[in-house]
Design a protein around this ligand. Sequence first.
Ligand SMILES: [Fe+2]
Ligand SMILES: [Fe+2]
Length: 145
Amino acid sequence: MGRQNLAGELVPGAALQWTPAMSIGSETIDHDHRVIIEMINDLATSNDLARIEDSVRDIAAYLIAHFAREEELQRAWRYPGYEKHRWDHLQMTRRIKAINRIHVTRSARYQPGDVAVVVHGLVADCIVRHVLTADLPMEELFRNS
Ligand SMILES: [Fe+2]
Ligand SMILES: [Fe+2]
């Protein structure tokens, strides 16, 4: 399984790699993003439906805590994109929970390895898009602080 840059083309099942180009300049948020990427990568190698389901549930739980940390920072900095960003977080939480319900819990007749690749791709796509398009602009908050 090849490594790849988050900014590159997403390949189903390919491991993601955090790079300094993704840094928003906050140790807390950058650390969270690294953890999330590692959690997603673990998901790609799961070969058991119950484990995949647990992984997606763990990712969703970690994301909810991460989103709260980001939103708290944004409120503290009076970030102009706060409302839109909060809405994106809400949608992403719903989407990841739906991925678990639809793609994992109803996949008993498929090979767990195949389910892992599909679910990994969906979750990675959802999160990577958000980090690169919505989180990265937050860098301006920390640049001169
Ligand atoms: Fe984030
Ligand atoms: Fe975010």
